[in-house]
Design a protein around this ligand. Structure first.
Ligand SMILES: NC(=O)c1ccc[n+]([C@@H]2O[C@H](COP(=O)([O-])OP(=O)(O)OC[C@H]3O[C@@H](n4cnc5c(N)ncnc54)[C@H](OP(=O)(O)O)[C@@H]3O)[C@@H](O)[C@H]2O)c1
Length: 334
């Protein structure tokens, strides 16, 4: 396993460069398999685990399935000190009787100060921990004054309930403003941003702010110097929910002219370097000029083994150049 330091200028710690996503644990992935994946991840040196307070409310779970499973596992294995747990608040159901949705009306609780505090305490209780190593706002909330949200995360960090605050599904300008607001308030700024990202490019869509963009990576690279607290980028759905490996799966959010060509390049490169397409896609992210922490979902120990195989796969510069070369679009027939 490899490790890197994350922080926000006030608090910092090391995490494995791969973060284990547990969204489906205890719901789509049965309890025994979920526990076996967690055990193997830690055995292999993995230390960074990602969950949320609403997993998996949209597939029949109660929303704390993943947190509860991790909490039980931590207590049973007695390994609280060996792992760093990230959870998220703000996108649980405001009205329990209504469904959650990514489009309005979302039914998200939002990031008001009361919600952030109450739900952070609740997450700590479900996870059975005294401190949430990372607490993300799950989806940016533009209805609540930014100063209120920033102050709420700041207070929890000051009190020690939260190690490092982060934000997910957010526009870059909001990240920058929130961090500047934190500096004004004299509290810990966001040290992590979690966005969707995989080797295939996102489909341009107005009004969507949930992707890792070149601007976000450029901004992250500019941090970590005097007066500019560090910011790390974590990526959800880095395997494109299995569509990188299984080409018959739909490429959600990215089905556009270059996606299939990039996928073909990925498979060609994988054959040449003797790795799987998933491993090459993860190595591409891990070894990038601005390294990103993939938050990887796995539904079996075998899938996890494949992921672990990517950690120490270093791609040569010429291979990276091929992967980064933009595919030529076929000219439309006249
Ligand atoms: N911040 C947010 O809003 C947000 C949103 C989504 C997710 N997340 C986090 O990100 C984590 C990962 O996200 P994700 O599950 O959406 O995406 P992912 O990591 O891209 O995809 C995981 C899925 O890929 C498939 N897969 C893995 N290895 C495979 C292999 N060798 N061959 C074929 N398929 C393979 C599996 O699907 P099958 O189970 O079908 O085999 C697995 O469940 C989540 O657990 C969660 O922690 C955060």
């Amino acid at each position: 396993m490899r490790y890197r330091t994350i922080g926000n200028g006030r608090s910092s710690f090391d995490v494995s460069t791969i973060c284990l996503g547990t969204m489906n644990f205890g719901t789509l992935t049965d309890v025994d398999t979920s526990l076996a994946i967690l055990d193997r991840f830690v055995e292999a040196g993995g230390t960074f685990i990602d969950t949320a307070n609403n997993y998996n409310a949209w597939v029949g779970g109660h929303g704390r399935d993943s947190e509860d499973l991790i909490g039980g596992w931590l207590a049973d294995r007695g390994i609280r000190d060996r792992v760093r747990i990230a959870t998220k608040v703000g996108a649980a159901k405001e009205n329990p009787a209504l469904p959650l949705s990514n489009t309005p009306p979302t039914n998200f609780e939002g990031l008001g100060a009361d919600v952030v505090r109450r739900q952070a305490l609740e997450s700590a209780r479900h996870l059975g921990v005294e401190r949430l190593d990372v607490l993300y706002g799950h989806v940016d909330d533009r209805e609540t004054p930014l100063a209120e949200t920033v102050g709420a995360f700041g207070a929890l960090q000051e009190e020690g309930l939260v190690g490092i605050a982060g934000i997910s599904n957010v526009a870059l300008w909001r990240v920058v403003e929130a961090r500047e607001e934190a500096m004004r308030q004299g509290v810990g700024p966001y040290g992590l941003v979690q966005q969707q990202y995989s080797y295939v490019h996102p489909e341009p869509k107005l009004g969507r702010h949930n992707f890792v963009t070149p601007d976000l990576l450029d901004y992250a690279a500019s941090t970590g110097t005097v007066g500019r607290p560090p910011l790390a980028v974590t990526a959800y759905s880095p395997l494109h929910k299995g569509a990188l490996a299984r080409r018959e799966r739909p490429l959600f959010d990215v089905e556009h002219p270059t996606s299939r060509a990039r996928l073909a390049t990925l498979h060609d490169v994988a054959r040449e370097v003797g790795a799987t397409p998933n491993q090459v896609a993860l190595a591409w992210m891990l070894g990038a000029e601005v390294p990103v922490i993939p938050v990887v979902g796995t539904s079996s120990v075998a899938q996890l083994e494949e992921v672990l195989g990517a950690v120490e796969l270093d791609l040569d510069a010429d291979v990276r150049a091929r992967l980064d070369q933009e595919p030529r679009l076929q000219r439309a027939a006249a």
